[in-house]
Design a protein around this ligand. Sequence first.
Ligand code: FAD
Length: 464
Amino acid sequence: MAYNRIDRAAAEALEAAVGADNFQIGDQIGADMSHDERSLYGTAAPEAVVYPRSTEQVSAVLRICSERSIPVTPRGAGTGLAGGAVPVEGGVVLSTERMNAILGIDETNLYADVQPGLRLSELCEAAAARSLRYCPDPGERSATVGGNAATNAGGPCADRYGSTRENVIGLTAVLAGGEVIELGGVRKSSSGYALMQLLIGSEGTLAVITRLRLRLRPAPAQRLGFIFPFGSLDECVAAALALRASGLEPETLDFADRDMVNFSAAVSGNESFPQDAAAVLLAEFGVTGEAAAELLMERIAELSEELGALDVLVVDEPNVARSVAEAHAALHSSVEAVTRRFDESNAAVPPGELAGYVEFLHELGAAKGLTVRVFGHAGDGNVHAYVYNDALSDSAFAAAAGEFMDENYARCRALGGTVSAEHGIGLGKRKYLAESCGEAQLRLMRAIKAAFDPQGILNPGKIF
Ligand SMILES: Cc1cc2nc3c(=O)[nH]c(=O)nc-3n(C[C@H](O)[C@H](O)[C@H](O)COP(=O)(O)OP(=O)(O)OC[C@H]3O[C@@H](n4cnc5c(N)ncnc54)[C@H](O)[C@@H]3O)c2cc1C
């Protein structure tokens, strides 16, 4: 596609569309707008940034840009991990950060109407104040709900409650030419193609989301957690899957192997997870009422023996729960704390394949001269794998990490898995999506892109 630069007339039109206070150009633009949280996958500066405050302003911006073939990259909080918000073709970054209102919380119908720039933390707090909750709960709470929808973000509860897609009831979006569409609105629909679901996870390449109706659920009175140490990762995964099939309906089933547990405990100083076991499982349940809590404890005590757990630690006291939550967060943050540069994959494989896949990743890392740290969500087979080696030069690391990722994704594909379970494809995973989808699916995706955005102005260079 051939794009135009932002000339004086375009700049004036954009400024008039959003107002001078909501427009930046040239050196008024901060460096943050050139990258997201994973600048390893690339950085690029926009020519202008707009901060619209309404659907109408988003529509006006897109009309101006489509008339002039100027690329537009939507941006939420920039916490993405795939390079999705990087404006690789320059043009306009359309930041939703000033469209951040809660428009209403309907406690009868159990949903929240919100603007896309609302931070996830603010939605969760507003829901909790009404004894409600927003279940997908991805790990980075400073992300926007619009970014969550655009990446189909998921969290540890995804197996039980779905990722973002399963928790959006309706949305408003602006098409590339400025036309506004309303999609969904009720929980049940069998009416034509699922365009709303298609926009969720489209990473800003098909439309700009300007309003969301998000499903809320009643919050349980109490959250009960259990930590089970195991003698092997095989037993740990098998136990997680047995718990999932037990009817007890765990909300999370997170596992980490000894290597990860010991490493993150050493980095964070938090020893909440037992360190002498080959693998550890953290299972959490939402319960309401004393009787339900007691019944759950009894069933877990029986099951833990049957499942071969070496022990079972109950996480019920608030201070223990806080410490365990911090230990869990350290699984994410400890790699970042020790290395200046790392790459990661966030693939998912069928849950029954988890133990073999994790073993494969460790062997592969050793063969490529990379340190590998792994943990994941057993219920949906989602594995976070980090690789690093600060002794290598940037080019040597890029080569080793590239070989690691090639073989990692090839194995994932062979196991029937998916390239990205949570973070999207963005810039960083395009090659692997193309390899895993095959030509027919890519052709369909390109045709969908062309139908929504014939000039290709929306977030060019992403996904494929
Ligand atoms: C420490 C940490 C932990 C994380 N944990 C998780 C996790 O558990 N699960 C998970 O899924 N992700 C996780 N992430 C990744 C990130 O938070 C998510 O991808 C999040 O959804 C990105 O939201 P954002 O507002 O920052 O979007 P951005 O990074 O700004 O943008 C992401 C993509 O969405 C598009 N976009 C943003 N807003 C809109 C809109 N309104 N309309 C159309 N397109 C739009 C952008 O163009 C881009 O392609 C984590 C990140 C960090 C740093």
